[in-house]
Write a protein that binds this ligand. Structure first.
Ligand code: KG4
Ligand code: ZN
Length: 374
């Protein structure tokens, strides 16, 4: 966290008025007239190096992304110094690709927006120092972006959503339920007490050696579980959703993960195979795991929706639940959440899958979404 703490000290958020005054100017380039504010967004908080150029209307002019998933699959999880090195190797190219695709040169940018927290300190540091050099070289304003706020506000790019709304962020590093009352005005209602659901799915997929499964070898753990679950029968295994009696909106996944690990070990004994080989019952296990995770997430979200409705925290007739993060691209989990929103007369909204996972567009837009509403 050293880099993060240091940078947090250096990059206190500049006043919005100052940034917007600057952004209000437009840029003239021989042969091209830019009437738009053009923001370059840079994201390196975890294992994706991503960049995008977006104008103030939310049009994506160009984007590029480099995913480290394949490398981390081989090393059995994210090793922070490895992630840092891969960000260093790719950031220049990815930013250049986003700028080239948008036909915008760095001097034509209105500002550079970059994720400053939360995330892996070593990964964040790469995006931050690259952005610093860029803003220094081209004399551009810097917009520090909170990764979770960006995830939560992404939906406003594709849907007209009024504040307040409930947001569920579920990914490899995040798991939280929050009432979004405005930009930068979040009331945290629940969070994971241990690991995030994507982290758990990644661990289960690794324990099942799904990297050796011909259909799943290049998929992230969560995606592999979803893919395999379609071929399995969830009723062959019975896992209990965690925290069934807890009277709050928190989550927990590591206890369930240990139960699953034990069960996999037992199955390996029964089938007479070594750890590292794919069980014949892997698809059934994947289906049961996905179902249990979906139930847990849906039940905790149901509690949060009821709580918000009871307290009048959400619009009575038009309450909205926004779900985002990598795990939100799982269609089975979305279905479970749809049951909950139907039962509570709420609307379920999810950004398209490419905007659910980490990306540069949500970073470039986070501050502009804010501006459009003020
Ligand atoms: O949001 P994201 O790209 O990165 C962060 O963690 O911030 O999410 C990645 C996580 C991984 O744990 C991955 O296994 C999970 O999202 N994931 C999925 C699916 N696709 C990605 N989990 C369940 N179902 C999926 N289809
Ligand atoms: Zn994320």
């Amino acid at each position: 966290m050293l880099i993060l703490n240091k940078t947090a000290g250096v990059f206190f958020k500049p006043s919005r008025r100052k940034i917007y005054a600057f952004l209000g100017s437009f840029h003239f380039h021989p042969g091209k007239l830019f009437l738009h504010k053009l923001v370059l967004g840079i994201e390196t908080s975890c294992d994706d190096t991503a960049a995008a150029v977006v104008d103030e209307a939310g049009n994506v002019l160009g984007e590029a992304i480099h995913s480290q998933t394949e490398v981390h699959l081989k090393t059995g999880g994210i090793i922070p110094p490895v992630a840092q090195q891969l960000h260093r190797e790719n950031i220049q190219r990815i930013v250049q690709e986003a700028l080239s695709a948008s036909e915008v040169s760095p001097s034509e940018l209105s500002a550079v927006a970059t994720t400053i927290k939360p995330g892996l300190a070593l990964s964040l540091g790469v995006g931050l120092s690259f952005s610093l050099q860029l803003v220094d070289q081209f004399k551009k304003p810097f917009i520090p972006i909170h990764h979770m706020e960006a995830h939560a506000l992404t939906i406003r790019l594709t849907n007209k959503v009024e504040f307040p709304f409930l947001v569920l962020l579920i990914s490899g590093g995040h798991c939280l339920l929050a009432l979004v009352r405005g930009v930068s005005d979040f009331l945290l209602l629940g969070k994971s007490l241990d690991i995030a659901p994507g982290d758990m799915l990644d661990k289960v997929a690794r324990r099942l050696s799904l990297i050796k499964h011909p259909e799943c070898s290049t998929m992230s753990g969560g995606k592999a579980i979803e893919h395999l679950a379609k071929q399995g029968n969830r009723l062959h295994f019975d896992f209990q959703p965690p925290m069934q009696r807890a009277k709050n909106c928190d989550f927990s996944f590591s206890g369930l993960q240990h139960v699953i690990d034990k069960m996999i070990m037992q199955k390996e004994k029964e089938e007479g195979i070594e750890q590292g080989q794919v069980l014949s019952s892997a698809a059934d296990i994947a289906a049961a795991v996905q179902h249990t995770v979906a139930c847990h997430i849906a039940k905790r979200t149901h509690r949060a929706l009821l709580f918000c409705k009871q307290r009048g925290f959400l619009h009575q007739s038009n309450a909205v639940l926004v779900v985002s993060g990598g795990v939100a691209s799982n269609l089975y989990i979305r279905k479970a959440l749809e049951i909950v929103t139907n039962a509570t007369q709420c609307t379920l909204l999810c950004p398209p899958p490419r905007l659910c996972t980490d990306n540069g567009v949500m970073i470039a837009c986070a501050d502009q979404i804010d501006q459009r509403d003020n």
